[in-house]
Design a protein around this ligand. Structure first.
Ligand code: HEM
Length: 460
């Protein structure tokens, strides 16, 4: 090779290496965000969970500003309570921050599930999930969702006392099975799937000790059984000619070549994502409507007008698009309740952010609840006022379904099943809350105390 070219290449390589070293040193010199790391290993976990987590977060924001560091259960964390920061992590720089979950959760749901991935495999799954939950697909589910809502409400009538969250979990579970399998399997496999899934979820928040007698062990056994039932359904489907628009049909399109195991992981993952979230929001709606008679009156008027116009026929997709007041109630409920207080990501390399250094491997938590409850984003934020959504919120201040490449693909289905249930509830029933009404429990979603016990009866 020409000696001049060799020397030039050498000089260029040295220059690049020098720039990289200088940049690394510059990054290393940037400070970490302010904050305290607490005790060795447990960090500030006790402070966070021994009180209402909002008090922990708000006092930190007051003291350190909207970006601060802490340590939870051995993980170094950076919390972000500003709209810009949440946008950067979730929407504009998702390649720098990957989703992260404890390994025991991955084992329980299954490592192939959509939440745990980035890149081409995630994009393939997301395309398939979005197809199954698009408005065109879920429109076809509407009559079946309506019959699930009616039979749930009917089953509540004779009961003297209901735990709202418990009943809403059953409703959301049945709608999730419908959207995943179509209506046939819901009837043939529903009870068995329910039994296994309920055992699985009991182990979800338990210590991950896999020895006989522990909840975790029972959960792993139920996980295996669930995978067996799903394999059976998949093999039956492969033999037949199903052309429905269910999630399973979408996963089984040959072109994408998902294995049975990957399909099972994602079916379990979607049930996990769909059930407690939707049930928590419905539980809060029941509470806020009971506590705000003017809002309940406006919702009931809207729903009664729709009921009169449908003249005894089932709800149509167009009817659900006319439910504007009820839709604002859903939005305001999701803002005030913020059932997912935050989400987790992990920095995949050292990142410079607003003058701070986020070291590789640190967890990054956009704090949805703080953003939804900041007076800078929502006037009088503690007040339940659905009319505020007559005007769209400021950009990046409202994240009920997350944002960016991992945002919730089931959001249209969730809203539809809530609208359908609220339609039949407000037009036919009245209810009142029993017991204390102000407590909140976190497990892990924010919920009214004791799952909101209520008494329900038919309107005269
Ligand atoms: C009101 C009810 C619901 C709420 C509040 C909710 C909220 C969310 C949020 C905030 C995320 C993003 C989490 C993150 O970025 O870390 C998410 C993701 C997800 N949700 Fe929902 N969700 C609801 C209902 C549903 C339903 C009904 C389904 C399916 C039928 C569903 C399926 C999913 C899936 C599969 C993901 C992961 C997406 C991905 O990683 O690409 N969700 N949800």
């Amino acid at each position: 090779m020409d000696p001049i070219i060799t020397s030039l290449s050498l000089l260029l390589a040295i220059a690049i290496a020098t720039i990289i070293i200088i940049l690394k040193q510059f990054h290393a010199r940037l400070p970490l965000p302010p904050g305290t790391m607490g005790l060795p290993y447990i960090g500030e976990t006790l402070q966070l969970y021994s009180q209402n987590p909002n008090i922990f977060f708000s006092s930190k924001v007051k003291r350190y500003g909207s970006i601060f560091k802490t340590q939870l259960l051995g993980c170094n964390c950076i919390m972000m309570a500003s709209p810009d920061a949440a946008k950067a992590v979730l929407l504009s720089k998702p390649h720098l921050f990957k989703p992260t979950f404890p390994p025991s959760k991955e084992r329980m749901i299954g490592r192939g599930a959509i939440f745990f991935h980035q890149g081409p495999y995630h994009a393939t799954l997301r395309k398939l999930v979005l197809r199954a939950f698009s408005p065109d697909s879920i429109k076809l589910l509407l009559p079946h969702i309506e019959s699930i809502a009616l039979s749930s409400l009917h089953s509540w009538e004779p009961r003297p006392l209901l735990t709202t969250f418990h009943e809403m979990k059953t409703y959301a579970f049945n709608v999730a099975l419908l959207s995943i399998f179509g209506k046939d399997e819901v009837f043939s496999y529903g009870d068995e799937l329910k039994r296994c899934y309920y055992t699985l979820e009991r182990g979800y928040n338990s210590l991950p000790i896999n020895v006989p007698g522990t909840l975790f062990h029972a959960a792993m056994g139920a996980r295996k059984k669930l995978a067996g039932i799903l394999a059976e359904i998949i093999s039956l489907r492969r033999g037949g000619e199903s052309e429905d628009s269910s999630l399973l049909a979408s996963f089984m399109t040959d072109a994408e070549g998902l294995s049975d195991e990957q399909i099972a992981d994602n079916v379990i993952g979607v049930i996990f994502a769909a059930r407690d979230t939707t049930a928590s929001v419905l539980t809060w709606i029941i509470k806020f409507l009971a506590q705000n008679p003017t809002v309940l009156h406006a919702v009931t008027e809207e729903q009664e007008a729709i009921m009169r116009s449908r003249e005894g026929k089932g709800l149509s997709w167009e009817d659900t698009r006319k439910m504007r007041v009820t839709t604002r109630v859903i939005q305001e409920t999701m803002r005030v309740a913020s059932i997912l207080s935050f989400t987790f990501r992990e920095a995949i390399q050292d990142v410079e952010f607003q003058g701070y250094r986020i070291p590789k491997g640190w967890k990054v938590l956009p704090l949805f609840r703080n953003i939804h409850h900041s007076p800078e984003n929502f006037t009088d934020p503690e007040k339940f006022d659905p009319s505020r959504f007559e005007v769209a919120p400021k950009p990046n201040t409202f994240f009920p379904f997350g944002s960016g490449i991992h945002s919730c693909p089931g959001n249209e289905l969730a809203k539809l099943e809530i609208l359908v249930l609220v339609h039949h509830l407000t037009t036919k029933y009245k209810w009142c809350m029993m017991g204390p009404q102000d407590g909140i429990q976190y497990g892990p979603f924010a919920l009214p105390q004791n799952g909101l016990p209520i008494k329900i009866s038919l309107k005269e």
